[in-house]
Design a protein around this ligand. Sequence first.
Ligand SMILES: Nc1ncnc2c1ncn2[C@@H]1O[C@H](COP(=O)(O)OP(=O)(O)OP(=O)(O)O)[C@@H](O)[C@H]1O
Ligand SMILES: [Mg+2]
Length: 221
Amino acid sequence: MISLKRVEKIYRTSSVETLALRDINIEVPEGSFFSIMGPSGSGKSTLLNIMGLIDAPTEGEVRIGGNNVVGMSEKEMAHLRNRKIGFVFQSFHLIADLTVVDNVELPLIYRKMTARDRRAKALDALARVGLSARTKHFPTQLSGGQCQRVAVARAIVGDPEIILADEPTGNLDSAMSNEIMDILLALNKEEKVTIAVVTHNQGIADRTDKVIRLFDGSQVA
Ligand SMILES: Nc1ncnc2c1ncn2[C@@H]1O[C@H](COP(=O)(O)OP(=O)(O)OP(=O)(O)O)[C@@H](O)[C@H]1O
Ligand SMILES: [Mg+2]
């Protein structure tokens, strides 16, 4: 489903060069649940962003569901990203002046779909994360765990084949973290969504099929 070969990422500014990833080779099979661990600055977010077509590698090959991504236009990449991939971030990235249901609908705006169908899909996604009672609230009126559940609903509303989550439980207490993990595990098991999650928490990593460990931009396991 996701394949990276000899991936390297160098960030260049006028004065410094940072080798963020070197010689990364990863195969994430369809339907698997991977976690990515490593110290701060080891390249975890960079790796996830490359898997999610948010960022391009400096060298190497990236394939998503058989499509070779390197050489694709920005437009083709955006299309693939919108259709196949859902993202969840540590800091939720919800839009404060939109209601919960409007936040969840956002990824569907780019699809040819009636407003009514969009709303129905958003409400369905919110039901799947147990938030049917909060659809008209604003993000500031929710707890952290509820905000993250809204973010998960937004990630799954377009029926992605892949979910990429960058420290989705980093701002949550352990009870809420487990709740988010339960939702992700259910999506993986019941709907065969391929998932990669960045985490600092060994307990979270232990619940995944495989752990990829990074140190200083290199794969150490
Ligand atoms: N846009 C950028 N420009 C320059 N350097 C960058 C950029 N983004 C990341 N880096 C560098 O690349 C390296 C890897 O960063 P990355 O954000 O992937 O680490 P991380 O493992 O996600 O860390 P954390 O656990 O703190 O989130 C770091 O040394 C960082 O300074
Ligand atoms: Mg990071």
